[in-house]
Design a protein around this ligand. Structure first.
Ligand SMILES: C[S@@+](CC[C@H](N)C(=O)[O-])C[C@H]1O[C@@H](n2cnc3c(N)ncnc32)[C@H](O)[C@@H]1O
Length: 165
């Protein structure tokens, strides 16, 4: 039986399941749009997703960017379990891997990735600067990191665009 394990910055079971269900229902439009944006920037290479959650965004990227190899990490082992289950269903499991890990202390060598993304995770980080330094370390020279997160001053137009319906 799984038990609730508090993770500080992470989303543990059973909230992982609730978030994954809600995201599939309400956020797919957002993931598809970000996937297009990212795929227009990286044609081939290695991409890292920090705080990947259920993995739906990396899966969308893999569907339209067949030469990109993606690693998604999450501090919540239950999220990683859900992401692995999701990727199996989508036929891109050879190019998208998920592993448990803390964005504050990445297990990758320096200069391992061409591109880093993160969506909706930064507000969980107690010290974002530590994560940015880690992201910088594992990026190749000239690589890019795009961090998407919530903001209080979002325009009415954006709010309308992503309004849950
Ligand atoms: C709100 S969810 C966003 C998930 C997904 N990226 C999305 O756009 O829907 C934030 C995720 O970040 C993970 N997370 C938070 N802090 C983390 C850290 N330090 N390292 C890795 N993952 C982290 C949480 O466990 C959670 O799955």
């Amino acid at each position: 039986m799984r038990t609730l394990k508090l993770l500080g910055e992470g989303i543990p079971f059973p909230f992982s399941i609730l978030y994954a269900r809600g995201a599939r229902k309400y956020f797919m439009r957002f993931y598809k749009e970000i996937a297009e944006e990212v795929a227009s920037e990286i044609e081939a290479g290695y991409l890292l997703d920090l705080g990947t959650g259920h993995g739906l965004l990396p899966i969308e990227i893999a569907k339209i960017a067949p030469n990109v190899k993606i690693t998604g990490i999450d501090i919540s082992e239950d999220m990683v379990r859900i992401a692995r289950k999701n990727v199996k269903r989508e036929g891109v499991a050879d190019r998208v891997k998920f592993q448990a890990g803390d964005a504050n202390n990445l297990s990758f060598d320096d200069g391992s990735f061409d591109f880093i993304i993160s969506t909706g995770a930064m507000h969980h980080w107690s010290n974002p600067i530590t994560v940015f330094n880690e992201a910088h370390r594992v990026l190749k020279y000239g690589g890019k990191a795009w961090i998407y997160d919530l903001r209080r001053d979002a325009s009415r137009e954006k709010l309308e665009k992503y309004r849950l319906s």
